[in-house]
Design a protein around this ligand. Structure first.
Ligand code: AMP
Length: 351
């Protein structure tokens, strides 16, 4: 192991902050590339390079001073990244990023692997909505193909009037239309794969979202062992097909006995934060190990845990619990809907 290497991360949010802490444990240095001097990761990184995500010259200069490049969010210009790929190893690959940053490409890709998703339709112009709206005859969810996160860039269309008011006014082109499904549960698999092709998955967690934002992940989930195994096998199929290196989050809807993939994230994922306290390794340690070619650790869960996001606030009654571990991301303003931190409430297994 060569500890003095430097990992570059594009993006300076909480995911980069927690990756930086995990990297420091192993003696790696972290350089952050982000436009905001006060970003959460800057507070724990070795160096922060300020630059816009579309500033190719700055990105190239950044890449020249690091050994491996990773990223903490999907909305990065892949053309710029492809150029950086000539300078430094990018993990996960640009291919994985390209697929996951466009909802239409992502769902088409999943279907091409035989993996089920919700029904979706390509929306390039308003007449496409009307066409599908007539066909579907029930509420539809419009989601922008790119740049959507935490429920942003989404509108629910129930009437023709909504098409004009919600869709046209919000300029949501190009987008996809999806059937609104009444799922029974939401779950996610956090999986890691290394360069040699070894994969390890954490036990699937059960997620609750409100207004499109994750509020809670519970382990163990209330799903059968079979469904947990099926979800894990689906996640494995994706990382193997992509020859993936690093951690991926795969989000599912469970409807009856059917698992539908909603989204894949080529990075560490909010629904994997429980691993910091409920498992023998965290998703952050595993990502750093995979991209730096170190052996993967056990993903076994040792405790029951509920992860609760602190949304728009930095306090919670949960903090009074002496088995609650609190993580605050160091963001300046606690705006509504903004993830400010999270709490892992631990319960010893069997208690
Ligand atoms: P997304 O931005 O696609 O990850 O969606 C965020 C959340 O919105 C999901 O985790 C679900 O709770 C909800 N959601 C998204 N798509 C659908 C759908 N087609 N039907 C019902 N709920 C959905």
């Amino acid at each position: 192991m060569r500890p003095n290497r430097t990992i570059g991360i594009i993006g300076g949010g909480q995911l980069a902050r927690m990756l930086a802490s995990a990297a420091a444990e192993l003696g790696f240095k972290i350089n952050i590339y982000c436009p905001d001097r006060d970003c959460p990761a800057a507070q724990v990184a070795n160096k922060t390079v300020l630059g816009n995500y579309n500033d190719n010259a700055k990105l190239v200069a950044f890449a020249k001073n690091i050994d491996v490049l990773t990223y903490e969010f999907e909305n990065i210009d892949t053309k710029a990244l492809e150029e950086l790929g000539n300078i430094v190893d990018i993990r996960p690959s640009v291919k994985a990023l390209k697929i996951s940053q466009d909802r239409y490409t992502e769902k088409s890709y999943l279907n091409s692997l035989g993996i089920k998703t919700t029904q979706f339709y390509k929306i390039d112009e308003v007449s496409d909505i009307e066409k599908h709206f007539i066909k579907i005859k029930k509420p539809i969810l419009i989601k922008t193909r790119r740049l959507g996160y935490d429920g942003k860039g989404q509108v629910l269309i129930k009437t023709q009037n909504d098409v004009n008011e919600l869709f046209l006014n919000n300029e949501l082109f190009p987008s996809i239309a999806e059937e609104v499904i009444s799922f029974d549960k939401e779950l996610s698999v956090i999986i890691v794969r290394d360069k040699e092709g070894n994969t390890k998955a954490f036990e699937p967690g059960e997620n609750v979202h409100e207004h499109g934002i994750l509020v809670k992940t519970t382990l163990p989930s209330s799903m059968s062992e079979k469904l947990k195994n099926d979800a894990t096998e689906i996640a494995k199929k994706i990382v193997v097909d992509l020859d993936y290196i690093g951690v991926m989050g795969v989000e599912f809807f469970l409807k009856g006995k059917e698992l539908l993939v909603n989204e894949i994230a080529p990075r560490v994922h909010n629904s994997g934060h429980w691993t910091m306290d409920g498992s023998y390794s965290s998703q952050f340690q595993q990502h750093i190990r995979a991209i730096m070619e170190l052996p993967l650790l056990s993903t076994e869960r040792h405790s029951n845990v509920i992860m609760c996001n602190l949304i728009g606030k930095v306090t919670s009654d949960l903090m009074k619990n002496e088995l609650a571990k609190v993580y605050i991301y160091g963001k300046k303003d606690a705006r509504p809907g903004r993830k400010m931190g999270h709490v892992n409430v631990i319960k010893k297994k069997g208690s």
